[in-house]
Ligand binder design. Sequence first.
Ligand SMILES: Nc1ncnc2c1ncn2[C@@H]1O[C@H](COP(=O)(O)OP(=O)(O)OP(=O)(O)O)[C@@H](O)[C@H]1O
Length: 271
Amino acid sequence: MLPFGFLEFGLKDFIETLIIAMVIVLLYRWIRGSFAVPVVIGLVIVFAINAAVSLFGLTTINFILRRLLDVGILAVIIIFQPEIRKLLYNIGQNTSLYKFFDRGGSYSVIDEVIEAVKSLSRSKTGALIVFAKGATLNDLVDKGVELDASVSSELLLTIFNRGTPLHDGAVIIRDNKIVAASAYLPISQNPNISSVFGTRHRAALGISEVNDVLVIVVSEETGRVSIAQNGALTSGMTIQKLRYEMQKHLGEKSDEDPEMSSFRQSELESS
Ligand SMILES: Nc1ncnc2c1ncn2[C@@H]1O[C@H](COP(=O)(O)OP(=O)(O)OP(=O)(O)O)[C@@H](O)[C@H]1O
């Protein structure tokens, strides 16, 4: 134990201080820029006044402030209930425990998307599907129609059906969820893109130039499947190759390299 004036400061105190400091930093990062900041500042001021009041022995004011703080803390929990819920959800979703139980997540998303792409390609229905990572693309999600839906081939086929209001634009998939449809993407200004590609393919390329995304494009004209990644467009994808690229992008292990099995007819061609 180290003596600090009249205080004894041991290893346990050091660890406790470290933990509290980390929690404060995390809380600060979480609320930075939100309207929670003035609320927290207000609470800190009331705490400080309360401490000063009790130091001077002003018992009545101290009593009133304490009651105010009790109600204030309850009010904060009620006001920030959605944010608290989101925080707990994020903490839970990022633990290895969640990943253990959710092992099938990305795999089932890949299967659903593959099913949808096969069908879209067969029926020559134009489609644009963006796989985003982390918190990227927030501005684009805002511009589209926000959704929070599980990925299913039926939903993707419904969205891209020409008869629906959402079919124009891109679907954005993030954290194994469809988070937006009808999103407008930036068009690539690359002058070297072949003139056979129109705005759908240029939009796929455009978003991949500035974000870590994988974009799948199904051509309405030819039914051909392409992907855009890191500012490059690869056309004429087989389903095996598409699956491989999705697994790579989503961080899932791929069972086989499609180049090695290229002698096999593609699922797309055979279906
Ligand atoms: N910036 C954009 N963001 C999202 N989607 C877009 C964007 N621009 C065009 N699209 C989609 O592409 C459609 C037009 O595709 P267009 O025929 O111009 O492209 P294409 O590359 O030739 O594709 P296709 O081979 O399917 O015809 C639009 O109806 C819209 O759904």
